[in-house]
Design a protein around this ligand. Structure first.
Ligand code: DHB
Ligand code: FE
Length: 281
């Protein structure tokens, strides 16, 4: 392995660093709420132990694995793959407009701002089929939202994210596109590859030991925001793509699947409109 090749330890540790460096909306939680939620989590664990008749050697193996996840900085990876989809599901119950999906561990704030017609920053020899995504951002009443922001990030043609793999330039395939007077945007990028959970870290080892597969279908990540409106965190997928029906992170939704069509030069063209609801007054 060369020093430039991405490793689980590298991406895990950087995901932990990125999480710590970003401000998150954290809740002020009462003792009652903590007791309520933590008791429910523990009851779930206790039930699993009784139901599966967990042995002492298995309990010790679990402890060892948990320690390794922490040491590898893989908690963001593990939680975003195996837990976040349920948190998103609960959030979606009170959300209208475009469907949401998980944020995942690889968002980085403060990327380059781009005009409404733009190309994401990429290497001159960026691998992958060119993809043009265009559409409009509107409110739930159909009014176009000028100056809305599409904060877009994605894996490259090998399934790696810039900022989390040392061989990629900072900011590669990341950017914030600002919609025009009619709320429209056209962004040129490449079709990403499916993403594989790093197989050399504790999360990947668990997946292998359990006989599961480590893949997410190819996807674009987006935050869509406009002043006075509820921010949407979502992902767009590709019809017919591998793993679309068996996402390890269980984060696909039928409403979020693009059906890009090739133009004469082979470039793929897809359209997607985003609908944001107003902030609660
Ligand atoms: C993970 C990676 C992703 O690209 C994603 O969208 C969600 C989760 C992960 O490795 O945890
Ligand atoms: Fe992702």
């Amino acid at each position: 392995m060369t020093t430039a090749s991405p490793t689980a330890a590298g991406s895990g540790a950087s995901a932990t660093q990125a999480f710590r460096a970003t401000r998150h909306d954290t809740a002020a939680v009462t003792a009652e709420r903590i007791s309520d939620v933590v008791s429910a989590v523990l009851a779930g664990v206790h039930n699993a132990i009784r139901e599966k008749k967990l042995t002492y050697p298995e309990f010790q193996a679990a402890k060892q694995w948990l320690i390794e996840v922490g040491e590898g900085g893989e908690w963001p990876l593990f939680l975003d793959v195996f837990v976040e989809h349920e948190v998103e599901h609960v959030a979606a119950e009170t959300q209208s407009g475009t469907k949401g999906s998980i944020l995942g561990p690889y968002y980085l704030p403060d990327q380059v701002r781009l005009p409404s017609v733009a190309t994401l920053p990429m290497r001159s020899d960026e691998k992958g089929t060119p993809l043009v995504l265009s559409g409009q951002v509107r409110d739930t009443e159909g009014k176009p939202l000028a100056g809305a922001e599409l904060d877009l990030w994605q894996a490259d043609g090998d399934g790696y994210y810039s900022g989390f793999a040392p061989h990629l330039p900072d900011g590669n395939l990341r950017g914030v596109i600002v919609t025009d007077d009619e709320g429209r945007f056209t962004v040129t990028t490449i079709r990403p590859a499916p993403y594989q959970i790093p197989t050399d870290g504790p999360t990947g080892k668990l997946i292998e030991a359990a006989g599961w597969h480590p893949w997410r279908p190819a996807h674009l990540h987006l935050l869509v925001r406009a002043p006075g409106h509820r921010k949407i965190t979502t992902q767009l997928y590709f019809q017919g793509g591998d793993w679309l029906d068996s996402d390890v992170a269980q984060a696909t939704k039928p409403e979020l699947v693009l059906n890009p069509q090739p133009g004469d030069d082979g470039t793929l063209h897809a359209e997607y409109d985003f609908v944001l609801e107003r902030d609660a007054a």
